[in-house]
Design a protein around this ligand. Structure first.
Ligand SMILES: Cc1ncc(COP(=O)(O)O)c(C=O)c1O
Length: 303
């Protein structure tokens, strides 16, 4: 049976290392598993590849256990910023966020707004001390607000928001999108107030880069249109692996004429990039929460 001392002994890096909030040196077990998986991937046997592939399900289970959620609601991501992109590029309406947020929240929100032709707009708040309190959020609320995006633990100050109080402030219908990079795996948290939680294992979990995730509650999945089907994910009928998206600028067309229509327009007419017709949900959902088709991975590419 392993003891606390066994665990302490796994901290075999140089003593005095304190920069865990930036990067957690990989634990011995992670290093062993990474090398073993690299060997399996190197031999190319189908059985080896499936063994490594099984890691996906295992990782989903572990993340779900730490989150107190369901493994089916966990997606694995290259980074937590990717997870935030999936949430924010699939939303419309106004999203409250602090100007003091880590750029993974603030810059992604800004870029998602531009890419959506302002169907999504940031509702910036600049609270005292950068603290996202329920009062600071309540002041910024109006009918256009569809979500709050917030770091659970602030990367500069270590301030920890009260997720349950923020949920109470925004009410039951808006989405609470939580960047848990600075808290995941190091403090016990009740994430049940959140609709989206993103995190990464390269800090406190000592799991290395590329071990990120995004968890979407069933309600979040109803409201957020997927940005990308992912490599082994469900394939929308109109986006086959063999068909490429249409070029953005065709010869003889002006730049403005060739632009992908705004996502608001796309929601009414279908997706211009992958030619997917408008879904019944996007036709019927309320404008403040619905988002047009963004099924093609390029639908959200920078303009
Ligand atoms: C609060 C916060 N969010 C996001 C990130 C970036 O995470 P990732 O590298 O997974 O995109 C960091 C990195 O320090 C962070 O502190």
């Amino acid at each position: 049976m392993s003891t606390f001392q066994d665990y302490v002994d796994t901290f075999d890096n140089e003593s005095g290392y304190l920069n865990w909030a930036a990067f957690g040196p990989l634990s011995p077990s992670v290093r062993e598993e990474v090398f073993a998986d690299a060997d399996l991937l190197g031999n190319g046997r189908p059985s080896s590849l499936s063994l490594v592939w099984e890691r996906v399900g295992q990782a989903q289970e572990v993340v779900a256990e730490l989150l107190g959620g369901d493994a089916d609601d966990v997606t694995l991501q290259p980074s937590s910023t990717h997870g935030l992109m999936h949430a924010l590029y699939g939303l419309s309406g106004a999203v409250i966020a602090s100007t003091a947020e880590f750029p993974s929240v603030s810059l992604t929100l800004e870029r998602a707004s531009t890419a959506s032709d302002r169907a999504l707009t940031p509702r910036w708040i600049t609270p005292d001390d950068g603290r996202v309190t329920p009062d600071a959020v309540a002041e910024a609320l109006d009918d256009e607000v569809t979500a709050l995006a917030v770091s659970h633990v602030d990367f500069r100050t270590g301030y920890r928001v009260d997720l349950a109080a923020l949920r109470e402030a925004i009410g039951p219908d808006r989405l609470l999108i939580v960047d848990a990079v600075q808290s995941f795996g190091v403090i016990d948290v009740d994430y049940s107030a959140a609709d989206v939680v993103v995190g990464h294992g390269y800090k406190w979990l000592r799991a290395g880069r590329g071990s990120a995730f995004a968890w979407f509650s069933p309600r979040a999945r109803e409201r957020i249109s997927p940005c990308s089907p992912g490599s082994p994910g469900p394939r929308p009928p109109a986006c086959s692996w063999t068909s490429s998206p249409r070029p953005r600028h065709r010869p003889g067309r002006t730049r403005s004429a060739a632009r992908t229509p705004s996502r608001r327009v796309a929601s009414r007419s279908g997706c211009a990039t992958c030619a997917t017709p408008a879904s019944p949900r996007s036709r019927s959902a309320s404008p403040s929460t619905s988002t047009p088709c963004s099924r093609s991975p390029t639908a959200t590419a920078s303009r």
